[in-house]
Design a protein. Structure first.
Length: 143
């Protein structure tokens, strides 16, 4: 087991496919369902659900990674923060044109489902919300 650098917390990001990140960092800012929270070394332990949004990884006084997560859970201890994400991708790998196209498709399908009383509207709306959060992450990156 590697020795933890002083003042650093270990951050691990796991998606269903793989371990995306495991490294010592100064801080991570995570989109909790109750709002953003920051995890640093010595943090009080807790578990939180996540909403779709961006995790900012801070090291050496700056953001070194921006990763979109589509919900999940986070466990914070005094030594580490582990995020189990439903989906995850670096913001820089998101394709704005594809996200916008998917939002338009989902809006059309959601309208159709609502008008016909289809039971699939809930799943469609959840995917629409996820894609809208991706678009917001891309717009935030551009700002």
């Amino acid at each position: 087991m590697a020795v933890q650098p002083p003042g650093k917390t270990t951050f691990e990001l796991v998606s269903p496919e793989r371990l995306l990140l495991s490294q010592p960092v100064d801080m991570v800012v995570v989109p909790g369902s109750e709002g953003l929270f920051a995890a640093l070394i010595g943090h009080a332990p807790f578990i939180a659900t996540l909403k779709p949004g961006v995790i900012d990884v801070w090291d050496d006084g700056r953001i070194t990674e921006r990763i979109f997560v589509g919900g999940g859970f986070a466990e914070v201890t005094q030594e580490r923060c582990v995020v189990l994400a439903e989906t995850a991708a670096p913001v820089g790998e998101l394709d704005r044109a594809k996200v916008v196209e998917r939002i338009e498709e989902l809006k059309n399908v959601a309208d159709l489902a609502r008008s016909t009383g289809g039971g699939a509207a809930g799943g469609i709306l959840a995917e629409l919300e996820l894609n809208q959060a991706m678009l917001a992450a891309l717009d935030q990156k551009a700002a």
